[in-house]
Design a protein around this ligand. Structure first.
Ligand SMILES: [Zn+2]
Length: 232
């Protein structure tokens, strides 16, 4: 009994290893996100995160996902309340660190005619941090759009790199961009657009998105400082 307790204590007190990349598959079963093409955003983001992880690990980077299954990391009593979505982002950040960067993966929702790719960063940070976030976001955006064109022949519009405030989106998910490391959120395609919803049923599209996200991360980290010891 005592041995079991001690073993549990050792396990509990072991430091969490720093990773190169934290990937946040947006949403969960409690907050399913956008829906389209017979797909649900929370399932698609986890699928995409796993594909990105495979690519980054092949490039010898260490990766952690903020969730490995469909469960939320916080208690939801009202899945539609923005405050609860915001509250969910704190354990997501906690699950992500220590890491060098944080990339949240999402699919967009809007009027059915809206389509294409956009990436968000948090402009409320100190100027240096906001610049790093913007650079990460710009590389993700560039390579996702590029990979869609090159690999599946889809000319996704470049909707650009945006800040949450300028976009006027009160989504709680942007609270995930308030962590301690360079952070960006990719809205890969619009699940609410019938054409893009259909594209997302195709594995080749998800592979293209994963290639684009992985390439953006690799290029960002190639120019970024290595993880500091004791980074939190
Ligand atoms: Zn989302």
């Amino acid at each position: 009994m005592l041995a079991a307790l001690l073993a549990a204590l050792v396990l509990f007190t072991q430091p969490i290893l720093a990773v190169d990349v934290a990937l946040d598959p947006g949403h969960s079963r409690a907050d399913i996100g956008s829906v389209g093409g017979g797909l649900r955003e929370y399932q698609l983001t986890l699928d995409l995160a796993r594909r990105v992880r495979t690519r980054l690990e092949s490039a010898h980077l260490s990766v952690r996902l903020t969730r490995e299954d469909d469960q939320p990391l916080s208690a939801y009593t009202n899945p539609l309340a923005t405050e609860q979505i915001q509250a969910e982002q704190q354990p997501r950040i906690a699950a992500a660190v220590p890491s060098r960067i944080y990339v949240s993966l999402h699919f967009n929702v809007g009027p059915t005619q809206l389509r294409a790719t956009e990436t968000y960063f948090n402009p409320e940070r100190a100027p240096e941090a906001a610049t790093a976030d913007y650079s990460l976001g710009a590389l993700l955006q560039e390579h996702v759009v590029e990979a869609l064109a090159a690999e599946v022949g889809y000319a996704s519009l470049d909707r650009g790199v945006k800040s949450d405030l300028a976009a006027g989106k009160p989504y709680g998910h942007f609270f995930g961009l308030r962590g301690p490391v360079p952070s960006a959120l990719v809205e890969n395609l619009f699940l609410s657009n019938p054409d893009e919803g259909a594209l997302l049923r195709d594995d080749a599209t998800l592979d293209a998105l994963a290639d684009g996200c992985a390439q953006g991360v690799l290029e960002y980290l190639a120019g970024a400082p290595p993880a500091a010891d004791g980074l939190e």
